[in-house]
Design a protein around this ligand. Structure first.
Ligand code: FBP
Length: 553
Protein backbone atom coordinates (compact mmCIF):
# COMPACT_ATOMS: atom_id res chain seq x y z
CA UNK A 1 0.00 0.00 0.00
CA UNK A 2 1.35 3.44 -0.91
CA UNK A 3 1.32 5.75 2.10
CA UNK A 4 0.72 9.48 2.08
CA UNK A 5 3.27 11.59 3.98
CA UNK A 6 0.60 12.42 6.60
CA UNK A 7 -0.21 8.76 7.09
CA UNK A 8 3.46 7.93 7.59
CA UNK A 9 3.76 10.77 10.09
CA UNK A 10 0.58 9.77 11.95
CA UNK A 11 1.92 6.24 12.50
CA UNK A 12 4.63 7.86 14.64
CA UNK A 13 2.22 9.95 16.73
CA UNK A 14 2.06 8.89 20.40
CA UNK A 15 -1.46 9.47 21.69
CA UNK A 16 -1.63 11.19 25.05
CA UNK A 17 -3.08 9.19 27.95
CA UNK A 18 -4.68 10.63 31.09
CA UNK A 19 -1.98 11.26 33.70
CA UNK A 20 -3.17 8.42 35.93
CA UNK A 21 -2.60 5.85 33.15
CA UNK A 22 0.85 7.05 32.17
CA UNK A 23 3.17 5.26 34.60
CA UNK A 24 2.79 1.77 33.20
CA UNK A 25 0.35 -1.02 33.91
CA UNK A 26 1.99 -1.95 37.25
CA UNK A 27 1.14 1.52 38.53
CA UNK A 28 -2.59 1.65 37.83
CA UNK A 29 -4.80 1.09 40.83
CA UNK A 30 -8.53 1.35 41.11
CA UNK A 31 -10.70 3.42 43.42
CA UNK A 32 -14.35 2.48 43.77
CA UNK A 33 -16.92 5.21 44.34
CA UNK A 34 -20.53 5.06 45.40
CA UNK A 35 -23.03 2.43 44.26
CA UNK A 36 -25.06 3.79 41.32
CA UNK A 37 -28.75 4.10 40.46
CA UNK A 38 -30.22 4.37 36.99
CA UNK A 39 -31.14 7.93 35.96
CA UNK A 40 -34.85 7.01 36.03
CA UNK A 41 -37.18 4.02 36.45
CA UNK A 42 -34.88 2.50 39.08
CA UNK A 43 -37.13 -0.36 40.15
CA UNK A 44 -37.82 -1.52 36.60
CA UNK A 45 -34.19 -1.33 35.50
CA UNK A 46 -33.05 -3.08 38.66
CA UNK A 47 -35.48 -5.92 38.01
CA UNK A 48 -34.25 -6.28 34.43
CA UNK A 49 -30.57 -6.22 35.39
CA UNK A 50 -30.38 -8.12 38.68
CA UNK A 51 -26.71 -9.07 38.19
CA UNK A 52 -25.29 -5.83 36.84
CA UNK A 53 -27.46 -3.11 38.41
CA UNK A 54 -26.27 -0.76 41.13
CA UNK A 55 -22.53 -1.39 40.71
CA UNK A 56 -20.05 1.29 41.73
CA UNK A 57 -18.54 4.02 39.62
CA UNK A 58 -14.81 3.49 39.40
CA UNK A 59 -11.82 5.77 38.81
CA UNK A 60 -8.24 4.73 38.12
CA UNK A 61 -5.36 6.34 39.95
CA UNK A 62 -1.63 6.02 40.31
CA UNK A 63 -0.81 3.19 42.70
CA UNK A 64 0.08 -0.50 42.88
CA UNK A 65 -1.89 -2.61 40.40
CA UNK A 66 -3.86 -5.09 42.50
CA UNK A 67 -5.69 -6.85 39.66
CA UNK A 68 -5.59 -10.62 39.52
CA UNK A 69 -3.07 -12.10 37.06
CA UNK A 70 -5.12 -13.90 34.44
CA UNK A 71 -4.64 -14.60 30.76
CA UNK A 72 -7.04 -12.35 28.87
CA UNK A 73 -8.53 -13.20 25.50
CA UNK A 74 -10.55 -10.22 24.40
CA UNK A 75 -12.85 -9.78 21.39
CA UNK A 76 -13.58 -6.33 19.95
CA UNK A 77 -16.45 -5.22 17.73
CA UNK A 78 -17.06 -1.96 15.83
CA UNK A 79 -20.77 -1.22 15.63
CA UNK A 80 -22.71 1.24 13.44
CA UNK A 81 -21.57 4.28 11.49
CA UNK A 82 -17.90 5.09 11.16
CA UNK A 83 -16.43 7.71 13.51
CA UNK A 84 -12.84 9.01 13.45
CA UNK A 85 -10.74 7.39 16.15
CA UNK A 86 -12.22 3.89 16.14
CA UNK A 87 -8.87 2.44 15.11
CA UNK A 88 -7.20 4.08 18.09
CA UNK A 89 -9.68 2.54 20.53
CA UNK A 90 -8.51 -0.83 19.26
CA UNK A 91 -4.83 0.24 19.36
CA UNK A 92 -5.16 1.43 22.96
CA UNK A 93 -6.93 -1.78 23.94
CA UNK A 94 -4.24 -3.87 22.23
CA UNK A 95 -1.35 -1.94 23.79
CA UNK A 96 -2.75 -2.22 27.33
CA UNK A 97 -3.52 -5.91 26.84
CA UNK A 98 -0.01 -6.70 25.55
CA UNK A 99 1.69 -4.45 28.12
CA UNK A 100 -0.08 -6.45 30.82
CA UNK A 101 0.91 -9.83 29.44
CA UNK A 102 2.43 -10.70 26.06
CA UNK A 103 0.36 -13.91 26.07
CA UNK A 104 -2.93 -11.96 26.08
CA UNK A 105 -4.82 -12.15 22.79
CA UNK A 106 -7.07 -9.67 20.96
CA UNK A 107 -9.67 -10.95 18.49
CA UNK A 108 -11.32 -8.53 16.07
CA UNK A 109 -14.79 -9.66 14.99
CA UNK A 110 -15.36 -8.55 11.44
CA UNK A 111 -18.01 -6.29 9.93
CA UNK A 112 -19.83 -5.40 13.11
CA UNK A 113 -21.75 -7.49 15.65
CA UNK A 114 -22.57 -10.09 12.98
CA UNK A 115 -18.88 -11.07 13.08
CA UNK A 116 -19.34 -12.38 16.61
CA UNK A 117 -22.44 -14.37 15.64
CA UNK A 118 -20.77 -15.74 12.49
CA UNK A 119 -17.49 -16.39 14.29
CA UNK A 120 -15.76 -14.33 11.63
CA UNK A 121 -12.60 -12.84 13.11
CA UNK A 122 -8.93 -12.04 12.86
CA UNK A 123 -6.29 -12.06 15.58
CA UNK A 124 -4.32 -8.85 15.93
CA UNK A 125 -0.54 -8.71 16.01
CA UNK A 126 1.90 -5.79 16.18
CA UNK A 127 2.33 -5.52 12.43
CA UNK A 128 -1.41 -5.41 11.76
CA UNK A 129 -2.11 -2.89 14.53
CA UNK A 130 0.79 -0.63 13.52
CA UNK A 131 -0.74 -0.18 10.06
CA UNK A 132 -3.82 1.49 11.60
CA UNK A 133 -2.46 3.72 14.37
CA UNK A 134 -3.97 7.22 14.40
CA UNK A 135 -5.81 6.68 11.12
CA UNK A 136 -9.47 7.28 10.32
CA UNK A 137 -12.02 4.71 9.23
CA UNK A 138 -13.26 1.42 10.60
CA UNK A 139 -11.59 -0.68 7.91
CA UNK A 140 -9.29 -2.30 10.48
CA UNK A 141 -12.04 -4.94 10.91
CA UNK A 142 -15.09 -3.31 9.28
CA UNK A 143 -18.35 -2.30 10.92
CA UNK A 144 -22.00 -3.24 10.60
CA UNK A 145 -25.46 -2.45 11.90
CA UNK A 146 -26.66 -5.90 13.02
CA UNK A 147 -28.21 -5.49 16.46
CA UNK A 148 -27.14 -7.89 19.21
CA UNK A 149 -30.38 -7.96 21.15
CA UNK A 150 -32.09 -11.34 21.26
CA UNK A 151 -31.53 -14.25 23.67
CA UNK A 152 -30.81 -16.52 20.71
CA UNK A 153 -28.05 -14.21 19.54
CA UNK A 154 -26.63 -14.01 23.07
CA UNK A 155 -26.53 -17.82 23.28
CA UNK A 156 -24.58 -17.97 19.99
CA UNK A 157 -22.24 -15.24 21.26
CA UNK A 158 -21.66 -17.22 24.46
CA UNK A 159 -20.81 -20.33 22.40
CA UNK A 160 -18.34 -18.42 20.25
CA UNK A 161 -16.69 -16.95 23.35
CA UNK A 162 -16.45 -20.38 24.93
CA UNK A 163 -14.90 -21.86 21.78
CA UNK A 164 -12.06 -19.31 21.79
CA UNK A 165 -11.71 -18.96 25.56
CA UNK A 166 -12.76 -15.33 25.30
CA UNK A 167 -12.80 -13.57 28.67
CA UNK A 168 -14.27 -10.23 27.56
CA UNK A 169 -15.97 -8.46 24.68
CA UNK A 170 -15.49 -4.75 23.95
CA UNK A 171 -18.30 -3.14 21.95
CA UNK A 172 -17.50 0.19 20.31
CA UNK A 173 -20.84 1.79 19.44
CA UNK A 174 -23.54 4.40 19.98
CA UNK A 175 -26.44 4.53 22.42
CA UNK A 176 -28.24 1.50 20.97
CA UNK A 177 -25.12 -0.66 20.74
CA UNK A 178 -24.14 0.20 24.31
CA UNK A 179 -27.67 -0.49 25.51
CA UNK A 180 -27.30 -3.91 23.91
CA UNK A 181 -23.85 -4.26 25.49
CA UNK A 182 -25.51 -3.86 28.89
CA UNK A 183 -28.13 -6.50 28.07
CA UNK A 184 -25.41 -8.88 26.84
CA UNK A 185 -23.39 -8.23 30.02
CA UNK A 186 -26.42 -9.13 32.10
CA UNK A 187 -26.99 -12.30 30.07
CA UNK A 188 -23.34 -13.38 30.44
CA UNK A 189 -23.50 -12.77 34.19
CA UNK A 190 -26.85 -14.53 34.62
CA UNK A 191 -25.51 -17.57 32.73
CA UNK A 192 -22.21 -17.62 34.61
CA UNK A 193 -20.21 -17.50 31.40
CA UNK A 194 -17.43 -15.54 33.06
CA UNK A 195 -17.29 -13.27 30.01
CA UNK A 196 -17.24 -9.53 30.70
CA UNK A 197 -18.63 -6.82 28.42
CA UNK A 198 -17.28 -3.28 28.20
CA UNK A 199 -18.67 -0.51 25.95
CA UNK A 200 -16.97 2.51 24.38
CA UNK A 201 -18.98 5.65 23.42
CA UNK A 202 -18.83 6.27 19.67
CA UNK A 203 -20.81 8.41 17.20
CA UNK A 204 -20.17 11.51 15.15
CA UNK A 205 -23.75 12.55 15.98
CA UNK A 206 -22.73 13.55 19.51
CA UNK A 207 -26.01 12.22 20.93
CA UNK A 208 -24.43 9.73 23.31
CA UNK A 209 -23.63 12.04 26.17
CA UNK A 210 -24.92 12.57 29.67
CA UNK A 211 -23.69 13.54 33.10
CA UNK A 212 -21.06 10.79 32.86
CA UNK A 213 -20.07 10.79 29.21
CA UNK A 214 -18.89 14.26 28.18
CA UNK A 215 -18.85 13.40 24.49
CA UNK A 216 -18.79 10.49 22.12
CA UNK A 217 -15.65 10.04 20.07
CA UNK A 218 -15.64 11.12 16.43
CA UNK A 219 -17.79 14.20 17.02
CA UNK A 220 -14.70 16.37 17.36
CA UNK A 221 -13.07 15.35 14.07
CA UNK A 222 -16.28 15.11 12.05
CA UNK A 223 -17.49 18.57 13.07
CA UNK A 224 -14.02 20.06 12.51
CA UNK A 225 -14.02 18.54 9.02
CA UNK A 226 -17.47 19.93 8.16
CA UNK A 227 -16.63 23.29 9.74
CA UNK A 228 -13.46 23.58 7.67
CA UNK A 229 -15.46 23.11 4.46
CA UNK A 230 -18.35 25.31 5.57
CA UNK A 231 -15.80 28.03 6.40
CA UNK A 232 -14.30 27.64 2.93
CA UNK A 233 -17.76 27.94 1.40
CA UNK A 234 -18.43 31.06 3.47
CA UNK A 235 -15.23 32.62 2.19
CA UNK A 236 -16.18 31.71 -1.36
CA UNK A 237 -19.61 33.22 -0.84
CA UNK A 238 -18.07 36.36 0.59
CA UNK A 239 -15.67 36.58 -2.36
CA UNK A 240 -18.10 36.02 -5.23
CA UNK A 241 -21.08 37.57 -3.43
CA UNK A 242 -23.62 35.80 -5.63
CA UNK A 243 -24.78 32.54 -4.00
CA UNK A 244 -26.76 31.39 -1.03
CA UNK A 245 -25.39 28.01 0.08
CA UNK A 246 -27.72 25.53 1.77
CA UNK A 247 -25.62 22.99 3.65
CA UNK A 248 -27.18 19.88 5.16
CA UNK A 249 -25.05 18.15 7.82
CA UNK A 250 -25.38 14.63 9.22
CA UNK A 251 -26.32 13.90 12.77
CA UNK A 252 -29.48 11.81 12.52
CA UNK A 253 -32.23 13.23 14.82
CA UNK A 254 -30.06 15.40 17.02
CA UNK A 255 -28.69 18.79 15.89
CA UNK A 256 -25.41 18.70 17.84
CA UNK A 257 -23.39 18.55 14.61
CA UNK A 258 -25.25 21.49 13.05
CA UNK A 259 -24.96 23.54 16.24
CA UNK A 260 -21.24 22.86 16.63
CA UNK A 261 -20.62 23.79 12.97
CA UNK A 262 -22.59 27.01 13.51
CA UNK A 263 -20.55 27.86 16.59
CA UNK A 264 -17.39 27.27 14.59
CA UNK A 265 -18.37 29.17 11.44
CA UNK A 266 -21.06 31.73 12.37
CA UNK A 267 -23.27 31.23 9.31
CA UNK A 268 -26.27 33.46 8.56
CA UNK A 269 -28.76 30.74 9.42
CA UNK A 270 -28.63 27.44 11.26
CA UNK A 271 -31.79 25.47 11.98
CA UNK A 272 -31.90 23.48 15.21
CA UNK A 273 -34.39 20.62 14.97
CA UNK A 274 -35.06 20.52 18.70
CA UNK A 275 -36.10 24.19 18.59
CA UNK A 276 -38.29 23.61 15.53
CA UNK A 277 -40.09 20.90 17.53
CA UNK A 278 -40.34 22.99 20.72
CA UNK A 279 -41.83 25.92 18.81
CA UNK A 280 -43.95 23.57 16.65
CA UNK A 281 -42.77 25.41 13.56
CA UNK A 282 -44.37 24.77 10.19
CA UNK A 283 -42.45 24.51 6.92
CA UNK A 284 -43.80 27.90 5.95
CA UNK A 285 -42.58 29.50 9.21
CA UNK A 286 -39.11 28.01 8.74
CA UNK A 287 -39.01 29.26 5.16
CA UNK A 288 -40.06 32.74 6.33
CA UNK A 289 -37.35 32.68 8.98
CA UNK A 290 -34.66 31.97 6.39
CA UNK A 291 -36.20 34.38 3.86
CA UNK A 292 -36.02 37.16 6.48
CA UNK A 293 -32.25 36.78 6.59
CA UNK A 294 -32.04 36.71 2.78
CA UNK A 295 -34.21 39.82 2.55
CA UNK A 296 -32.33 41.81 5.21
CA UNK A 297 -28.96 40.96 3.70
CA UNK A 298 -30.24 41.84 0.22
CA UNK A 299 -31.36 45.23 1.55
CA UNK A 300 -27.69 45.80 2.51
CA UNK A 301 -26.53 44.71 -0.94
CA UNK A 302 -25.51 41.19 0.15
CA UNK A 303 -27.20 38.65 -2.08
CA UNK A 304 -25.26 35.78 -0.60
CA UNK A 305 -25.13 33.74 2.55
CA UNK A 306 -24.86 30.35 4.20
CA UNK A 307 -27.58 28.31 5.90
CA UNK A 308 -26.93 25.08 7.82
CA UNK A 309 -29.69 22.47 7.90
CA UNK A 310 -29.51 19.51 10.32
CA UNK A 311 -30.15 16.12 8.72
CA UNK A 312 -33.19 15.23 10.81
CA UNK A 313 -35.03 18.57 10.78
CA UNK A 314 -38.09 17.59 8.74
CA UNK A 315 -38.99 14.88 11.26
CA UNK A 316 -39.30 17.62 13.87
CA UNK A 317 -41.78 19.70 11.88
CA UNK A 318 -45.12 18.49 13.31
CA UNK A 319 -47.11 18.92 10.08
CA UNK A 320 -44.41 17.13 8.11
CA UNK A 321 -44.26 14.12 10.44
CA UNK A 322 -48.07 13.92 10.27
CA UNK A 323 -47.78 13.88 6.47
CA UNK A 324 -45.16 11.09 6.60
CA UNK A 325 -47.42 9.03 8.87
CA UNK A 326 -50.32 9.41 6.45
CA UNK A 327 -48.15 8.49 3.46
CA UNK A 328 -46.95 5.34 5.26
CA UNK A 329 -50.57 4.36 5.89
CA UNK A 330 -51.67 5.33 2.40
CA UNK A 331 -49.21 2.87 0.92
CA UNK A 332 -49.54 0.10 3.51
CA UNK A 333 -49.85 -3.48 2.22
CA UNK A 334 -51.13 -4.04 -1.31
CA UNK A 335 -51.76 -0.33 -1.88
CA UNK A 336 -48.12 0.09 -2.84
CA UNK A 337 -48.66 -2.14 -5.87
CA UNK A 338 -51.79 -0.23 -6.79
CA UNK A 339 -49.84 3.02 -6.55
CA UNK A 340 -46.83 1.73 -8.50
CA UNK A 341 -49.10 0.49 -11.29
CA UNK A 342 -50.36 3.99 -12.01
CA UNK A 343 -48.77 5.06 -15.29
CA UNK A 344 -48.00 8.77 -14.80
CA UNK A 345 -47.09 11.15 -11.98
CA UNK A 346 -50.39 12.93 -12.71
CA UNK A 347 -52.33 9.72 -11.93
CA UNK A 348 -50.22 9.14 -8.85
CA UNK A 349 -50.84 12.71 -7.71
CA UNK A 350 -54.61 12.21 -8.02
CA UNK A 351 -54.33 9.00 -5.92
CA UNK A 352 -52.38 10.92 -3.27
CA UNK A 353 -54.87 13.80 -3.29
CA UNK A 354 -57.70 11.36 -2.67
CA UNK A 355 -55.88 9.57 0.16
CA UNK A 356 -54.47 12.38 2.28
CA UNK A 357 -56.38 14.56 4.73
CA UNK A 358 -56.83 18.16 3.52
CA UNK A 359 -54.26 19.34 6.14
CA UNK A 360 -51.57 16.95 4.95
CA UNK A 361 -52.44 17.58 1.31
CA UNK A 362 -51.89 21.29 1.90
CA UNK A 363 -48.39 20.52 3.21
CA UNK A 364 -47.72 18.10 0.36
CA UNK A 365 -48.84 20.65 -2.23
CA UNK A 366 -46.23 23.24 -1.25
CA UNK A 367 -43.32 20.81 -1.62
CA UNK A 368 -41.20 20.94 -4.77
CA UNK A 369 -42.13 18.13 -7.15
CA UNK A 370 -38.76 16.34 -6.76
CA UNK A 371 -39.35 16.10 -3.00
CA UNK A 372 -42.96 14.98 -3.53
CA UNK A 373 -41.70 12.18 -5.74
CA UNK A 374 -38.92 11.27 -3.29
CA UNK A 375 -41.53 10.77 -0.59
CA UNK A 376 -43.35 8.22 -2.67
CA UNK A 377 -40.59 6.53 -4.59
CA UNK A 378 -37.67 6.02 -2.19
CA UNK A 379 -39.04 3.87 0.59
CA UNK A 380 -37.47 1.33 2.93
CA UNK A 381 -38.09 -2.44 2.81
CA UNK A 382 -41.11 -1.98 5.13
CA UNK A 383 -42.61 0.49 2.69
CA UNK A 384 -41.94 3.50 4.92
CA UNK A 385 -40.72 6.87 3.71
CA UNK A 386 -36.96 7.19 4.20
CA UNK A 387 -36.92 10.55 5.90
CA UNK A 388 -33.11 10.64 6.06
CA UNK A 389 -32.95 10.59 2.24
CA UNK A 390 -35.10 13.69 1.87
CA UNK A 391 -32.98 16.46 0.39
CA UNK A 392 -34.01 19.01 2.96
CA UNK A 393 -31.36 21.48 1.81
CA UNK A 394 -33.15 21.61 -1.56
CA UNK A 395 -36.57 21.57 0.07
CA UNK A 396 -35.85 24.66 2.14
CA UNK A 397 -34.13 26.61 -0.63
CA UNK A 398 -37.17 25.97 -2.87
CA UNK A 399 -39.57 27.08 -0.14
CA UNK A 400 -37.45 30.18 0.50
CA UNK A 401 -37.49 30.97 -3.21
CA UNK A 402 -41.31 30.85 -3.19
CA UNK A 403 -41.39 33.21 -0.22
CA UNK A 404 -39.01 35.62 -1.93
CA UNK A 405 -41.11 35.57 -5.11
CA UNK A 406 -44.14 36.51 -3.01
CA UNK A 407 -42.19 39.27 -1.29
CA UNK A 408 -40.95 40.55 -4.64
CA UNK A 409 -44.55 40.68 -5.90
CA UNK A 410 -45.51 42.57 -2.74
CA UNK A 411 -42.61 44.99 -3.30
CA UNK A 412 -40.79 44.25 -0.02
CA UNK A 413 -37.82 42.45 -1.52
CA UNK A 414 -35.75 43.33 -4.50
CA UNK A 415 -32.69 41.11 -4.35
CA UNK A 416 -31.24 38.21 -6.33
CA UNK A 417 -31.45 34.70 -4.95
CA UNK A 418 -29.35 31.97 -6.43
CA UNK A 419 -28.98 28.82 -4.31
CA UNK A 420 -26.37 26.04 -4.23
CA UNK A 421 -26.71 22.83 -2.23
CA UNK A 422 -24.33 20.62 -0.26
CA UNK A 423 -24.61 17.60 2.01
CA UNK A 424 -21.74 16.86 4.40
CA UNK A 425 -21.77 13.56 6.21
CA UNK A 426 -19.65 10.76 4.86
CA UNK A 427 -16.83 13.25 4.21
CA UNK A 428 -16.17 13.56 7.93
CA UNK A 429 -16.72 10.08 9.28
CA UNK A 430 -13.36 8.61 8.29
CA UNK A 431 -11.08 11.64 8.47
CA UNK A 432 -7.71 11.23 10.21
CA UNK A 433 -8.73 11.71 13.84
CA UNK A 434 -7.84 15.08 15.32
CA UNK A 435 -5.31 14.96 18.13
CA UNK A 436 -8.23 15.16 20.52
CA UNK A 437 -9.97 12.12 19.04
CA UNK A 438 -6.68 10.23 18.60
CA UNK A 439 -5.87 10.80 22.30
CA UNK A 440 -9.41 10.30 23.58
CA UNK A 441 -9.94 7.09 21.64
CA UNK A 442 -6.60 5.58 22.56
CA UNK A 443 -7.39 6.38 26.20
CA UNK A 444 -10.87 4.83 25.94
CA UNK A 445 -9.39 1.60 24.58
CA UNK A 446 -6.53 1.48 27.09
CA UNK A 447 -8.96 2.19 29.87
CA UNK A 448 -11.39 -0.48 28.60
CA UNK A 449 -8.66 -3.05 29.06
CA UNK A 450 -8.00 -1.87 32.62
CA UNK A 451 -11.70 -2.33 33.38
CA UNK A 452 -11.48 -5.87 32.02
CA UNK A 453 -8.31 -6.61 33.95
CA UNK A 454 -9.96 -5.45 37.18
CA UNK A 455 -12.95 -7.71 36.50
CA UNK A 456 -15.71 -5.21 35.69
CA UNK A 457 -18.72 -6.20 33.60
CA UNK A 458 -21.43 -4.05 32.00
CA UNK A 459 -19.37 -0.85 32.22
CA UNK A 460 -18.78 1.96 29.77
CA UNK A 461 -15.18 3.08 29.43
CA UNK A 462 -15.27 6.61 30.79
CA UNK A 463 -12.70 9.35 30.26
CA UNK A 464 -13.71 12.76 31.56
CA UNK A 465 -12.46 16.31 32.25
CA UNK A 466 -11.96 16.43 28.50
CA UNK A 467 -11.81 20.20 28.07
CA UNK A 468 -8.53 20.17 30.00
CA UNK A 469 -5.15 18.93 28.70
CA UNK A 470 -4.96 15.11 28.48
CA UNK A 471 -2.66 14.97 31.52
CA UNK A 472 -5.65 16.08 33.62
CA UNK A 473 -8.21 13.71 32.09
CA UNK A 474 -9.85 11.30 34.50
CA UNK A 475 -10.04 7.63 33.50
CA UNK A 476 -12.48 5.13 34.94
CA UNK A 477 -15.74 3.34 34.29
CA UNK A 478 -19.45 3.73 34.80
CA UNK A 479 -22.05 0.94 34.95
CA UNK A 480 -24.12 1.27 31.79
CA UNK A 481 -27.30 0.65 33.77
CA UNK A 482 -26.68 4.00 35.51
CA UNK A 483 -27.41 5.77 32.17
CA UNK A 484 -30.64 3.92 31.47
CA UNK A 485 -34.33 4.72 31.57
CA UNK A 486 -37.43 3.01 30.20
CA UNK A 487 -38.66 4.16 26.79
CA UNK A 488 -41.39 3.03 24.43
CA UNK A 489 -39.72 1.50 21.35
CA UNK A 490 -41.71 -0.31 18.64
CA UNK A 491 -44.71 -0.68 20.92
CA UNK A 492 -42.72 -2.08 23.86
CA UNK A 493 -41.26 -0.59 27.04
CA UNK A 494 -37.50 -1.07 26.83
CA UNK A 495 -34.53 -0.20 29.03
CA UNK A 496 -32.32 2.13 26.97
CA UNK A 497 -29.57 4.69 27.29
CA UNK A 498 -31.32 8.00 26.87
CA UNK A 499 -30.44 9.69 23.55
CA UNK A 500 -29.19 13.24 24.12
CA UNK A 501 -30.82 15.84 21.90
CA UNK A 502 -29.71 19.49 21.91
CA UNK A 503 -30.64 21.05 25.24
CA UNK A 504 -32.36 24.35 24.50
CA UNK A 505 -31.43 25.52 27.99
CA UNK A 506 -27.80 24.43 27.59
CA UNK A 507 -24.89 26.84 27.17
CA UNK A 508 -24.01 25.96 23.54
CA UNK A 509 -27.54 26.69 22.31
CA UNK A 510 -27.83 29.78 24.50
CA UNK A 511 -24.61 31.17 23.02
CA UNK A 512 -25.90 30.52 19.51
CA UNK A 513 -29.27 32.06 20.33
CA UNK A 514 -27.62 35.21 21.69
CA UNK A 515 -25.63 35.76 18.49
CA UNK A 516 -27.71 34.42 15.64
CA UNK A 517 -29.73 37.60 14.95
CA UNK A 518 -26.51 39.45 14.31
CA UNK A 519 -25.08 36.62 12.18
CA UNK A 520 -28.33 36.53 10.15
CA UNK A 521 -27.78 40.08 8.89
CA UNK A 522 -24.05 40.79 9.11
CA UNK A 523 -21.31 38.81 7.42
CA UNK A 524 -19.81 37.48 10.65
CA UNK A 525 -18.33 34.30 9.14
CA UNK A 526 -15.40 32.62 10.88
CA UNK A 527 -13.00 30.35 9.04
CA UNK A 528 -11.72 27.49 11.19
CA UNK A 529 -9.46 26.02 8.49
CA UNK A 530 -8.23 22.44 8.29
CA UNK A 531 -7.55 20.24 11.30
CA UNK A 532 -3.94 20.75 12.39
CA UNK A 533 -2.03 17.73 13.61
CA UNK A 534 1.38 19.30 14.24
CA UNK A 535 2.11 22.64 15.86
CA UNK A 536 1.18 24.56 19.00
CA UNK A 537 -1.28 22.85 21.37
CA UNK A 538 -3.67 25.83 21.23
CA UNK A 539 -4.12 25.12 17.52
CA UNK A 540 -3.81 21.33 17.47
CA UNK A 541 -5.45 20.11 20.66
CA UNK A 542 -8.58 22.26 20.63
CA UNK A 543 -11.79 20.61 21.77
CA UNK A 544 -15.16 21.48 20.28
CA UNK A 545 -16.88 24.79 21.09
CA UNK A 546 -19.78 22.70 22.39
CA UNK A 547 -17.62 21.00 25.00
CA UNK A 548 -15.86 24.22 25.92
CA UNK A 549 -19.17 26.07 26.42
CA UNK A 550 -20.68 23.17 28.35
CA UNK A 551 -17.69 23.33 30.66
CA UNK A 552 -18.13 27.07 31.07
CA UNK A 553 -14.94 27.92 29.17
P1 FBP B 1 -24.13 5.98 14.24
O1 FBP B 1 -25.34 6.49 14.95
O2 FBP B 1 -24.15 4.52 14.04
O3 FBP B 1 -22.86 6.45 14.86
O4 FBP B 1 -24.12 6.61 12.76
C1 FBP B 1 -24.18 7.97 12.55
C2 FBP B 1 -24.53 8.35 11.14
O5 FBP B 1 -23.38 8.83 10.48
C3 FBP B 1 -25.66 9.37 11.11
O6 FBP B 1 -25.18 10.68 11.26
C4 FBP B 1 -26.29 9.09 9.77
O7 FBP B 1 -27.66 9.47 9.76
C5 FBP B 1 -26.16 7.61 9.63
O8 FBP B 1 -25.03 7.24 10.39
C6 FBP B 1 -25.97 7.16 8.20
O9 FBP B 1 -25.98 5.77 8.18
P2 FBP B 1 -25.37 4.87 7.02
O10 FBP B 1 -23.89 4.85 7.23
O11 FBP B 1 -25.97 3.55 7.28
O12 FBP B 1 -25.73 5.50 5.72
Amino acid sequence: MKLSPLQTARYQYSPKLPGMLRNGIAEISVKEGEATQSVADQEKIKALFPNTYGKKEIVFEKGANTSEAKKQVVGVILSGGQAPGGHNVICGLYDALKATDKENVLYGFKNGPSGLLDDDYLIFDDEYIDAYRNTGGFDIIGSGRTKLESEDQFAVAAEVCKKHGITAIVIIGGDDSNTNAAVLAEYFAAHNTGVQVIGCPKTIDGDLKNEDIECSFGFDTATKTYSEVIGNIERDANSAKKYWHFVKVMGRSASHVALECALETQPNVCLISEEVAAKKMSLSQIADYIADSVEKRAANGMNFGVAIIPEGVVEFVPEFSALIKEINELLAGSKTEEFNALPTWKDKYAFIEKGLTPESMAVFAILPETIQQQLFLERDPHGNVQVSLIESEKLFSALVKNKLDERKAAGTYNGKFSALHHFFGYEGRCAFPSNFDADYCYSLGYNAFMLIQYGYNGYLSKVSNLSKPAEEWVAGGMPITKMMNMERRNGEDKPVIKKALVDLEGKPFKYFEAHRDEWAVETAFTYPGAIQYYGPAEVCDLTTRTLALEKGE
